[in-house]
Design a binder for this molecule. Structure first.
Ligand code: ATP
Length: 340
């Protein structure tokens, strides 16, 4: 990981890159638009052209490009989703697909590409950059916040707040009826969203893929905590929990404890949408500028990251191959506050 000494200071030097393509790929995340806007405007400020590549790698293969002027990215900062659309593209996984993509970039005179997405998108960029001389720089955007080498990914803060708002509402009805709600949040292999939203909402139990011990805490809560207090309960479940999603776990609990009033709520895609919160807008803006700065300083095959709130460069190699670990110490905080 390289820390930039002149953090957030721009020094656009390379004369080689004249036209920069920008795309969003994989799952959408709130704040992607802020990154598109920042990358577009900083490229223009540096005397370069910006081009939007529609629908991620699919648009690259199809040559679906739109020129981006400063005014084209007006009014998008506060919008969720991505103005460039996104897609998952099987064809790009093949050498033939990537060859077609390279031909389209060459025909449009696009010299470099900024990829806003998750580790799959960076893997694709990395593979293509080994086959041709187009430099790629990545900006991490995924609501899971599970990328190695960066404390933060675009969209996470908004998704966290969306989950907290939804769970606060569910708590009202849970309390009124004395019910136990199993609430499933996104996170296939990562429990950060479930962990932090569980703490922010005062959930009774948090089940995440990174900790098996929490299933004992669930049993303790069902057998003692809930019955002693005769109250209600919120169990946050990351969708990737090894015991299965909320549906599977709750069905098991219903079988084992038929007297309990168990309900399930799968928050689903509501977590991805909505206007990005201020932190996502600010960080996405910083990362958009940093990506252009990196390209114009002859960097390639790197992801822009944030380490202790400072911009860093992380090689694609590390960003996609190394695992992201989460601070499970937060689970101890949670268990302490829940008297377990
Ligand atoms: P999310 O975190 O939302 O899943 P992601 O960027 O990880 O985002 P993926 O669906 O894994 O999303 O990847 C996005 C696209 O990147 C794929 O549809 C494919 O086009 C490309 N891609 C992923 N892996 C590879 C690979 N090994 N080789 C070439 N292209 C790839």
């Amino acid at each position: 990981m390289t820390r930039k000494s002149d953090n957030d200071q721009l020094s656009f030097t390379s004369g080689r890159i004249k036209k920069i393509g920008i795309l969003t790929s994989g799952g959408d995340a709130p704040g992607m638009n802020a990154a598109i806007r920042a990358a577009t405007r900083s490229a223009i400020a540096a005397g370069r052209e910006a081009v939007g590549i529609l629908r991620g790698y699919q648009g690259m293969i199809d040559g679906d490009f739109i020129p981006l002027q400063s005014t084209d990215v007006s009014g998008i900062l506060q919008l969720g989703g991505t103005m460039l659309k996104t897609a998952r593209c099987k064809e790009f996984r093949t050498p033939e697909g990537r060859r077609r993509a390279k031909e389209q970039l060459t025909a449009a005179a696009i010299d470099a590409v900024i990829v806003i997405g998750g580790d799959g998108s960076f893997t694709g960029a990395w593979v293509m950059s080994q086959e041709c001389d187009i430099p790629f720089v990545g900006i991490p955007a995924t609501i899971d916040n599970d990328m190695y080498g960066t404390d933060y990914t675009i969209g996470y803060e908004t998704a966290l707040n969306s989950v907290v708002c939804a769970v606060d509402k569910i708590k009202d009805t849970a309390r009124s009826h004395g019910r136990i709600f199993f609430i499933e949040v996104m996170g296939h292999e990562a429990g950060l969203l479930a962990l932090n939203s569980g703490i922010a909402c005062g959930a009774e139990v948090i089940l995440i893929p990174e900790s098996k011990a929490q299933h004992d805490e669930l049993q303790k809560f069902l057998e003692k905590g809930y019955r002693d207090k005769e109250s209600s309960g919120i169990v946050m479940v990351a969708e990737g929990d090894e015991a299965g999603g909320a549906l599977h776990i709750a069905e098991q609990i219903r079988r084992d404890h038929p007297d309990l009033d168990v309900r399930i709520s799968i928050l689903g895609h509501i977590q991805r949408g909505g206007s990005p919160v201020a932190r996502d807008r600010i960080n996405a803006t910083r990362m958009g500028i940093a990506a252009v700065d990196a390209l114009l300083n002859d960097q390639k095959s790197i992801m822009i990251g944030l380490d202790n709130n400072r911009i860093v460069h992380v090689t694609f190699n590390k960003a996609v191959k190394m695992n992201h670990s989460i601070d499970t110490g937060l689970l101890e905080v949670h268990n302490l506050l829940n008297g377990m």
